[in-house]
Write a new protein. Sequence first.
Length: 298
Amino acid sequence: MNFTVLIIIAMIAWGISWPIGKMISTQTIPEVIIFWRNGATTLSLLPLLYFYRKNLLLSKTGFFCILSGAILMTLYNYLFFAGLRDGLAGLGGVIVTTTNPMVNYLILTILGLHKITKNDLKGLLIGLIGGAFLLKIWAIDINQLLLGGNLFFLIASILWAILTIVSSRSKDSLHPIIFSFYVYLFSTILSIPTAITNNFLSVLQNPPSFWWGIFYLSAISTGFGTTVYFVSSTKLGSQRASSYIFMVPGTAIISSWILMNEVPDWTTIIGGSLAMLAVKILHKIPIKVENIKSDLTQ
């Protein structure tokens, strides 16, 4: 299987993770789900570690990248499940995946790694309009923003953009598989105190659907999908890698419609379309998936 197919499957898996996450978010609190999800993901990456047989020793730079990534990943997962508990899975998938590339772009511009152009300003303006539709800014107050989960989704998008940059910067000192493994291992360790405090063993009595959800989010969406994403970010750079998220919003909406009976609102369709158009303008150099070489041969 070539890397083009892997990228496509990974992005589809991410889209489906939104309704799956919504399903299990109603069965326990985010602090407990994070522990089990990250722990299961760590275990799912062990076969890859054996296959690659990479050196697990860390340099100071590598340790700093992993610790930063683990903190960001833990916070992102909390916001992911907290937002899904109160918000719509399809809308969350659109907000996070369409705003993430724009946030990534803005961070790189602020850091002086990209010079802004008139074309960029046009893309950002369209993106802001799309975001206004997604949030229904004309009819929302701060309480609705919090209760609907949308604020959680927005902050999660910012954290993921930063995590993408961290993963890209780690390429000189860490193999992507090693980076993924340690990030989820450290995230699991970081989540232990809050998991114990909230009686994390109580979920052992949950129905099989909960554990199938954990398996999907850990082994399929995270273990496979995120690892492929990290590999692409080291190969293409964080800005270009984030463009592959283009495929996720539609998958999130369709799968949420099928699995959760969430009929997409017209504002979600319009806002998501405008946001994706904005990212296409910002990434004016076309991305050709066929040009990506598989990292699995290294």
